[in-house]
Design a binder for this molecule. Structure first.
Ligand code: PXL
Length: 276
């Protein structure tokens, strides 16, 4: 039977991130993807000015209550960018009332990068994010988010000890499996994973340019792979490969700076699937 996922994040109408990447990516896996938009924005907030933001906090409980009354349930809940601190109560309600027994909560605490919170967010989002991280089965923060969630200082340069401390502190918050993305050394970039027993690093070839929305693509592919019962390390290797190919598909178009052209990679996957 095909799986059903609820993804809770914003709709950035233009900008190739959040729901507009999660939906097509998860659909390729044959996963039915249901959305609970936390807000609607004209664009994402990284690099655009005068972004129009329509907050949907007040709609969320009405939508959730309707689903509860319809007896709807999900195999997983996958959360991303949350626009308002009041929304964490509703996310926890979804976990309690709409997630099947043994269903997974997968949290990408998408709130910051390069040492800073995203521009439309304030510090209150950090405490809210801690509440859902502490009950999550998987979390997928980048280094900035990992540092903010654990009150560690953000570092551009770091050693294994720093990453191990972030992993350990996140595990102590309550998350069962931690995936920190964007771990870099001279030639490589990748993720560090920890399940309370062993740390593993999964590295791939570093790209010269960084683009917006690649974190959301990385997380969406991981969610698809986890629900497809792949091992976590294979899920991450594949997600890195997907992001690298998406960046390569974008690098030759200097006008495309707001996200990556992941559609070309998705199209390849779909055609490969068809040949089988
Ligand atoms: O890609 C993360 C993201 C998602 N949603 C919104 C954002 C960002 C990053 O800036 O602004 C609205």
């Amino acid at each position: 039977m095909s799986k059903k996922v609820l993804t809770i994040q914003d709709i950035s109408c233009y900008g190739s991130c959040s729901i507009t990447v999660a939906l097509p990516i998860l659909s390729i896996y044959g996963i039915e993807t249901v959305i609970l938009p936390s807000s609607i924005l004209s664009t994402h907030t990284g690099g655009f000015h005068n972004v129009v933001i329509h907050d949907l906090t007040n709609e969320m409980p009405k939508i959730i209550d309707h689903w509860i009354s319809e007896g709807i349930s999900f195999d997983a809940i996958y959360t991303g960018y949350v626009g308002d601190n009041r929304q964490f109560d509703y996310i926890l309600k979804c976990k309690e009332k709409l997630l099947k027994p043994n269903g997974l909560l997968i949290v990408d605490p998408a709130m910051a990068d390069h040492g800073k919170l995203y521009s439309a967010l304030d510090e209150s989002i950090i405490d809210g994010m801690k509440r859902i991280v502490s009950v999550a089965d998987y979390i997928i923060p980048n280094i900035t988010e990992a540092a903010l969630l654990t009150n560690n200082e953000y570092r551009e340069e770091y050693d294994d000890k720093y990453i191990d401390k972030l992993l350990n502190d996140l595990y102590n918050l309550g998350a069962k499996k931690i995936i920190i993305s964007g771990i870099k050394n001279k030639a490589s970039i990748g993720a560090a994973i920890y399940d309370g027993k062993k740390v593993e690093k999964i590295l791939a070839e570093k790209q010269n340019k960084s683009y917006h929305g690649t974190g959301d693509i990385f997380s969406s592919v991981i969610v698809g792979n986890i629900l497809n019962n792949q091992s976590l390390s294979d899920a991450i290797k594949d997600a890195s490969d997907f992001v690298i190919k998406s960046i390569k598909a974008t690098d030759n178009d200097i006008n495309h700076t707001y996200g990556v052209k992941f559609e070309e990679v998705l199209n390849d996957r779909m055609n490969k699937g068809k040949q089988k």
